[in-house]
Ligand binder design. Structure first.
Ligand code: MTE
Length: 316
């Protein structure tokens, strides 16, 4: 994965964090009053405001500034540099959209974006840990994957959930040209019980707004106790399977990236330590905020029981 290059989005295109914080206070007030938060007018927004109820799980840590969340990430369909997704995703068209859900289910179904939003969006602040040893705290808006699975009724034989992302070379410059770093589509997988865990969501927004293209518009996976590469972006297909599905980074380098990819400070990446992480946007970009990495990224109390009796060194 490529080294850090400075963000390229002009500051004028980024919603100031203070505006979002004001919105967030408003949202909290509305929820406290027993109301679902209203859509909130934005100043200069990257994407449209999105209504959501308050979902809990806030770790209570300072948020990573919105400009960092939206300008420093990986999305190889738009290039392999950290600033490429923000720079190159302007032509991508996330609407209209169809997410096909099928495989070992009683009622396969295609969901458009309204149907997904109708399953109930919540705002949840999650600590996120990238395999490259940096981390962020992001206010996502999304729906529990289990709400979607309930709609299609998985069969008893379904043991895993496979995720597949979009292939559109005409809109995604990283899918064109002579050198392609990954095979497309980008694929990921979870065990069914992991996918059904209440912390696992399909995100459709962040910072009170519709998901920007570079963060995986219009709908992407977010699993906060796993390394960030599990968070497949721009999902077009979800398939319930009996066998463990393939995952992109595991196919590329199986000795470096496992299927489980649970955040684990005790199991180093073959080329670097996973014991600590750099919190982006806190104390500057260049390493002054380094903190210990927590087992399961701090969500052990919620998720460790999913892995009872498993050797987490072998199943990394
Ligand atoms: N999804 C797709 N479709 N393509 C990608 O290249 N990169 C992954 C993941 N999802 C990727 C993807 C990796 S390596 C990371 S670290 C996260 O997205 C980073 O993005 P985020 O900070 O917006 O979560």
């Amino acid at each position: 994965m490529a080294a850090y290059r400075p963000p390229v989005l002009p500051p004028s295109e980024i919603t100031p964090q203070e505006i979002w914080l004001d919105r967030r206070r408003l949202l909290a007030g509305a929820v406290a009053a027993g109301l679902v938060a209203p859509a909130i007018a934005s100043g200069k927004a990257l994407a449209a405001p999105l209504e959501a109820a308050k979902g809990g799980y806030d770790p209570g840590e300072p948020l990573t500034p919105q400009k960092d969340v939206t300008s420093y990430n990986n999305f190889y369909e738009f290039g392999s540099g950290k600033s490429d997704p923000a720079r190159n995703s302007g032509d991508f068209k996330p609407e209209p959209w169809a997410l096909e859900v099928g495989g070992l289910v009683a009622k396969p179904k295609s969901f458009d974006l309204d149907a997904l939003r109708g399953l109930g969006l919540e705002e949840r602040v999650y600590r996120m840990r990238c395999v490259e040893a940096w981390s962020m705290v992001i206010p996502w808006i999304g729906l529990p994957i289990s709400a979607l699975l309930d709609q299609v009724e998985p069969l008893a034989s379904a043991k895993y959930v496979a995720f597949e992302t979009v292939v559109r070379p005409e809109e995604m410059s990283g899918q064109r040209g002579a050198f392609q770093p990954l095979d497309w589509p980008y694929v990921e997988g979870l065990r069914l019980d992991e996918a059904r865990h209440p912390l696992a969501i399909l995100a459709m927004g962040l910072y009170g707004e519709t998901l920007p293209n570079q963060n995986g518009a219009p709908v992407r996976l977010v699993v906060p106790w796993k390394y960030g590469f599990k968070g497949a972006k721009s999902l077009v297909k979800i398939t319930l399977t009996e066998k463990e599905p393939p995952s992109t980074w595991n196919l590329l380098a199986p000795h470096e990236y496992g299927f489980y990819a649970n955040v684990n400070p005790e199991v180093d990446h073959p080329r670097w330590s996973q014991a600590s992480e750099r919190r982006i946007g806190a104390g500057g970009f260049f390493g002054s905020d380094r903190r210990p990495t927590l087992p399961f990224n701090g969500y052990a109390e919620e998720v460790a029981s999913l892995y009872a009796g498993m050797d987490l060194r072998a199943k990394y």
